[in-house]
Design a protein around this ligand. Sequence first.
Ligand SMILES: Cc1cc2nc3c(=O)[nH]c(=O)nc-3n(C[C@H](O)[C@H](O)[C@H](O)COP(=O)(O)OP(=O)(O)OC[C@H]3O[C@@H](n4cnc5c(N)ncnc54)[C@H](O)[C@@H]3O)c2cc1C
Length: 479
Amino acid sequence: MYDVIIVGAGVTGCAIARELSRYKLNTCVLEKCNDVGMGTSKANSAIVHAGEDPIPGTLKAKLNVKGNAMYEELSKELDFNFKRNGSFVLCFDEKDMGNLIKLKEQGEKNGVPNMKILNRQQALEMEPNLSEFVVAALYLPTGGITCPFEVTVAFAENAYTNGVEFKLNTEVKNITKLKDRYLLETNNGELECKMVINAAGLFADDLNNMVSKNKIKITPRKGEYCLFDKVVGNLATRTLFQLPTALGKGVLVTPTVDGNLLIGPDAEDIEDKNDLTTKQEALDYILDRAKISVNEVPRGQIITSFCGLRARGNTGDFIIGEAEDAENFINAAAIESPGLSSAPAIGEMVGKIVVDKLSPEKNENFNPVRKGIKKFANLSNEERKKLIKENPSYGKIICRCETVTEAEIVDAIRRPLGARDLDGIKRRVRAGAGRCQAGFCTSRVVDILCRELDKIPNEITKFGSESNLLIGGKNKENI
Ligand SMILES: Cc1cc2nc3c(=O)[nH]c(=O)nc-3n(C[C@H](O)[C@H](O)[C@H](O)COP(=O)(O)OP(=O)(O)OC[C@H]3O[C@@H](n4cnc5c(N)ncnc54)[C@H](O)[C@@H]3O)c2cc1C
């Protein structure tokens, strides 16, 4: 029997897993997908929000500001990409200045440091591509950008190396509360544990509602994006928000931490929790809205579009804590935005709940440090030469757009909880994330996956389950 089972290996579940690995607990993470970070954690704006937007006193407000402050240190410990690039909230009408000032006051209540209201001239000096419509901006120097895949993988790898077990491709179908434990029925058999942590994202309502009479409802709120080539990555150096409306923070224009430009999202409540389609009208809408913020929207440089689904709960806030009528069933549910920003603080908060209830001993062997994959593209020529000498496969470029080498791809596969499919490689090392969107490197990455995993091309998938890249042809026996 496990002490703790965490359901869901998104950024929330993985942050909690890493926190629990500080203790002598028999912890297991169950994830229905082929990899960690395959839910909402893979499709969002990737902003580490300063924390001015949530209503003061809410969990969102507290955990956002706390999480934001933790990111810098954490990015060093876990070796992921994070940049405190700062953000602007743009005001387009003198009549709205009152709302901009109110937002600053709200930020102050939430504990956001060093905010400043800039006039048009001051804002333009910092961001020369602002549109003619901008009259003022709230400057938030603590805003940041990160890579949500890297953050999630980093939490997971560190949790794993500190003793947490991960069972991928394992979907929880039912949970039953027994006298002193929980029974989880999965597609891979039954498991028992003393405590369940529900970090199942969009599906956290289903899990909660299996054991508690206090029903939760999660509505998917879709947000669509356009991602642009790196040649226009410096259109903005800070994240440019528009003054928030009832539907959210509006359309943002931001550099990504890897140097692309990102524009989006819109906000549409939908029914289907698996609907990840993008629509031309939604993309047109975000591109039109972005024109209010910046003087140019370079449509010709769009390299892909995608969408993410926010797990919007029925309380308006994160739902974190023990279900009132189900002892030892802990929710980390309704983690919509700013969930990525808050993840380190959510991990800490849930960790404390578990420690208070189970009183585990400390794990003396806990090592907070995780080393990421060396990024050849970011190294100097001297460093590159040295690496190639040590390992010649650093000299073999597989993805030309992003300058990703064979050695990095092999590392992504061989490391703990390593990549098992094409998208897993893309999320870890960016092979296929560049301008040609994997047109050039797919077959070469498939070859490496086959060699490393002892598979044939027909068996390689894009993202697990039935997403095979090739069908028909030879099978393993007669190849
Ligand atoms: C459009 C959009 C923009 C956003 N922008 C930002 C932003 O800029 N900054 C920010 O801070 N936040 C942002 N967010 C919010 C942020 O992305 C989420 O809060 C965060 O990713 C939630 O992580 P999670 O781990 O709770 O959920 P998920 O990442 O969805 O993880 C849940 C996991 O549970 C698994 N699962 C579900 N059911 C089961 C089951 N029965 N058995 C086993 N596994 C199961 C799923 O497969 C999934 O992997 C945004 C979200 C969206 C949609």
